[in-house]
Ligand binder design. Structure first.
Ligand code: SF4
Ligand code: SF4
Length: 413
């Protein structure tokens, strides 16, 4: 019998080891907001003991961030994320989605819609207006998120020589850059940095047309059908494109590594087998050391890199290639920041409560870091907006930006 993913919850023995790892449980102290409590609700949902229209079921399943922080700490190997996906699909089928979620997911389904909207957002960001308006309140926070997508001045001060990169040869391993939607518009500077750092490390980066949004937003919101459609488009576009498909957004990477789950054709598994986070590819080569960058940074692990992909050491190995860069992990750096796709739109109060814990840990650090570094666009925007709202003069950056700046300085010498 096909149980749609609920079977992944079967190993749960209700030990409760996962409770301290769950940001929503830590925020409310309510067992129903914990992984163990939600597993009971999801099982009752599957067995029909509770209807999908039950308000309590909806409230507590909706409040889950989908961060999967409960998975690595579980001694029984419960596949919480798979179960959550099945439960969300069931709830959405029965109750539908809020209009705001439908609107956002509809936009990200079609490039003809998301590209002009995000390009206009980038123009707005570049006027400096969001920076002036960033702060508290819903509008101030939204402006802070947009402003946090710009390049931090500490990672982009060096003009490049434009010399060709000697490490790239026709026989070099080829890498197709997964472009995504938000990354290809608001964070294009990170794509540029990714290309350059891969080339310095001997990879040949190829452009592949016809890609779509990865579908992670849709999958997390219970629209598995749309996620399947988008994965199939990406699997077709990226088929036989390169030795690897490199991703610099943790959320997209987690979804694409799981492509075989969404697309059962040979193209789905061929895509899943070739996907690597950029830090994994760079860690495989060393990576090449750059010039000194004397900045004090706090590394914050994106949930979908650390928990969903199990990539923990590679980003730190990458940053270790930068002489004089001081890198720390602060308490709670493995916990969700509250971004979680469109979670902040649907659950703004919980999203802020979860973020506030992280901002408090950063504010309490002695000495305070100059930058918070994390490899996911949603986390960069959420943490950046939180730091601005708390009036902390700390920037945010992607690890790729730091390595790229370090290489640019080495190029000048
Ligand atoms: S999910 Fe894992 S850690 Fe949590 S209660 Fe179940 S068995 Fe224990
Ligand atoms: S996915 Fe995250 S928020 Fe949801 S139960 Fe697990 S740890 Fe808690």
């Amino acid at each position: 019998m096909n149980r749609g993913g609920f079977e992944a919850l079967d190993p749960c023995v209700h030990c409760g080891f996962c409770l301290p790892a769950c940001p929503t449980y830590l925020a409310t102290g309510d067992e129903s907001d914990s992984p163990r409590g939600r597993i009971l609700l999801m099982r009752a949902l599957e067995l029909g003991e509770l209807p999908p229209t039950d308000p309590a079921v909806r409230e507590h399943i909706d409040a889950c961030l989908g961060c999967r922080g409960c998975e690595p700490v579980c001694p029984a190997g419960v596949g919480y994320g798979r179960g959550l996906e099945a439960a969300r699909e069931l709830l959405v089928r029965a109750n539908g989605l809020a209009w705001s979620a439908r609107a956002v997911l509809g936009v990200f389904r079609r490039e003809a819609w998301w590209r002009p909207i995000l390009t206009a957002s980038r123009w707005l960001r570049n006027t400096g207006l969001p920076r002036a308006l960033a702060g508290q309140g819903r509008v101030g926070f939204a402006m802070g998120m947009l402003d946090a997508s710009r390049k931090d001045r500490r990672t982009g001060s060096t003009v490049r020589t434009g010399r060709p990169v000697a490490a790239v040869r026709p026989s070099s391993p080829s890498v197709a850059l997964f472009r995504g939607c938000v990354m290809d518009t608001l964070f294009r500077h990170i794509h540029d940095a990714t290309r350059r750092t891969l080339e310095v490390n001997g990879y040949r980066v190829v452009d592949v047309a016809g890609q779509a949004c990865c579908g992670a937003l849709h999958d997390h919101a219970g629209r598995r059908d749309t996620a399947r459609e988008l994965v199939a488009r990406n699997a077709a576009a990226l088929a036989e494109s390169a030795d690897y498909v490199v991703v610099n957004s943790a959320g997209c990477g987690a979804l694409l590594k799981d492509a075989a789950h969404f697309d059962s054709s040979a193209a789905g598994s061929a895509l899943a087998d070739r996907v690597k986070d950029v830090s994994e590819l760079l860690a495989m080569t060393g990576p090449v050391r750059g010039a000194p960058l004397p900045i004090d940074v706090a590394y914050d692990a994106p949930c979908h890199l650390e928990h969903a992909q199990g990539v923990t050491a590679a980003p730190l190995a990458m940053l270790a290639a930068i002489p004089e860069l001081s890198v720390r992990r602060l308490p709670g750096s493995d916990k969700c920041c509250g971004s979680a796709g469109i979670y902040g739109l649907l659950n703004p109060v919980m999203a802020r409560a979860v973020l506030d814990d992280k901002i408090r840990a950063i504010a309490a650090a002695a000495p305070r870091p100059q930058l918070v570094v994390t490899g996911n666009p949603g986390c960069l925007m959420q943490i950046g907006a939180g730091l601005t709202a708390a009036r902390l003069p700390i920037g945010v950056a992607h690890p790729e930006e730091l390595l790229d700046e370090s290489y640019a300085r080495a190029e000048m010498n």
